[in-house]
Design a protein around this ligand. Structure first.
Ligand code: ZN
Length: 422
């Protein structure tokens, strides 16, 4: 029997996560034009069509370096200074992601960059949260926010953002990050912010090993306490640290197209992703910036399939890594991951039938999938729970967990019901 061909349609329909996506780098071109018109904001080089605007922000073009790449954000941020604009950007990002099979997304941004017209931090977080909640209502997309400190702005400002993050913990915000120009701005300068974050048991991810060497990853993990690493492209330069990251299952949020665009690595071919994957690191694939990098989750995974000749076991593994590495609470994560696996396997069966082919022919791939399933079984709850809800006797619609509503009255009463049941 023929071997199943992994098509772009398969990639589009498989369940996906996006754990590393910047709100201010992921607007639609048309939305920037409309917002600029509404707000009377002047766009560079008189850009008044999507084509001209794409050129002005070097959309999808290889840049000189990360700092050069970050210039596009001056343009996107110029129209993201009102509540309405933030709500719209968040909702549309959710809509775009959900429509291409993303089931769970963590959206990051720095409120500090949205205060030019006087918006306060809480108002900004609430506007983004409302946009994401609307995407949840309309498309069922689960999501959370990550608040970013900016490394080339002062450590004091990072501390203010960390305080905000702590205040909104369990109210739509799931983690803290440090973003911005990496070279010459080591994460340890922002240690007070990280201390506050860790002291309050908040999830932490840090951009590291993108525009600077493995020392930056070392600091992020050992001095700052990062639970995940953004990119980690240059981690491969330090084998000892690479093994530490592997042994401790520290997830890497890799964004292959963006990494080529910012010159964190020379080309898709020289990207460390296939090496990391084969070595067993917990690698996740993400978009970084849908607009600036001109990409989608489908596109990122598809490019990896084409460039690295990924098989069905690799795809399943990457998908699981995405769900497992999320900042969802563990018990919820377990059921959401189980559901994604069931959906994935069903999709494989459907494609096998339509192609008259078999997905797994290589015994090594079969073994890999068997190991994935065995390790999933080992973490299964002792009492068989509904894979949709993590509980028994609850319908999938009832059970859909909403991180943004985690503190709402409904959610609290649900917990009480649970407690009664147990
Ligand atoms: Zn990033």
């Amino acid at each position: 029997m023929e071997k199943l061909e992994i098509t772009r349609e398969f990639v589009e329909r498989m369940p996906k996560t996006d754990l590393h996506v910047h709100l201010d780098g992921s607007l639609r071109l048309e939305t920037i034009l409309e917002l600029a018109e509404e707000q009377g904001v002047k766009l560079p080089n008189g850009a008044d069509t999507p084509e001209k605007l794409a050129k002005a922000i070097h959309m999808g073009e290889v840049c000189k370096d990360l700092t050069d790449y970050l210039k596009a954000f001056d343009v996107t941020l110029s129209v993201l200074q009102t509540e309405e604009a933030l709500y719209r950007a968040a909702f549309e990002l959710g809509e775009d992601a959900a429509k291409e099979g993303v089931k769970y997304m963590e959206v990051r941004y720095s409120p500090l960059l949205h205060t030019e017209q006087g918006l306060s931090f809480p108002v900004i977080v609430e506007a983004v949260g409302e946009g994401l909640r609307e995407a949840k209502r309309q498309y069922g997309l689960m999501s959370g926010q990550i608040i970013c400190g900016i490394r080339h702005i002062t450590p004091e400002s990072s501390l203010r953002l960390a305080e905000l993050c702590v205040a909104f913990k369990n109210k739509g915000v799931v983690g803290f990050d440090l973003a911005g120009a990496e070279a010459n701005n080591p994460p340890k300068d922002h240690r007070d912010a990280f201390y506050l974050i860790r002291n309050n048991n908040v999830n932490l991810t840090i951009h590291a090993g993108e525009a600077y060497g493995p020392e930056s990853v070392h600091q992020a993990i050992h001095m700052c306490g990062a639970h995940r690493i953004g990119h980690g492209v240059r981690l491969r330069e330090d084998g000892d640290l690479l093994n530490y990251v592997n042994d401790h299952r520290i997830p890497l949020e890799m964004c292959p197209t963006s990494n080529v665009q910012t010159r964190a690595c020379e080309s898709f071919e020289s990207h460390p992703l296939p090496f990391y994957l084969s070595y067993g690191l917990r690698v996740t694939i993400n978009t970084d910036n849908r607009l600036v990098t001109d990409t989608t989750m489908t596109e990122e995974i598809w490019r990896c399939v084409e460039h690295y000749d990924l098989n069905i076991g690799d795809l399943r593994k990457l998908m699981i890594a995405g769900f497992k590495s999320s900042f969802m609470p563990y018990r919820k994560k377990r059921t959401v991951t189980a559901r994604a696996c069931a959906e994935f396997d069903k999709l494989v069966a459907e494609f096998e039938e339509s192609q008259g082919a078999k997905a797994v022919q290589d015994p090594r791939v079969a073994q890999e999938i068997a190991i994935q399933k065995a390790s999933a079984d080992a973490t299964k709850p002792q009492v068989e729970l509904d894979p949709y809800s993590g509980r028994s006797g609850v319908t999938p619609e009832d059970a859909e967990y909403d991180l943004n509503a985690a503190s709402s009255v409904e959610e609290v009463s649900e917990v009480t019901e649970d407690e009664k049941a147990s």
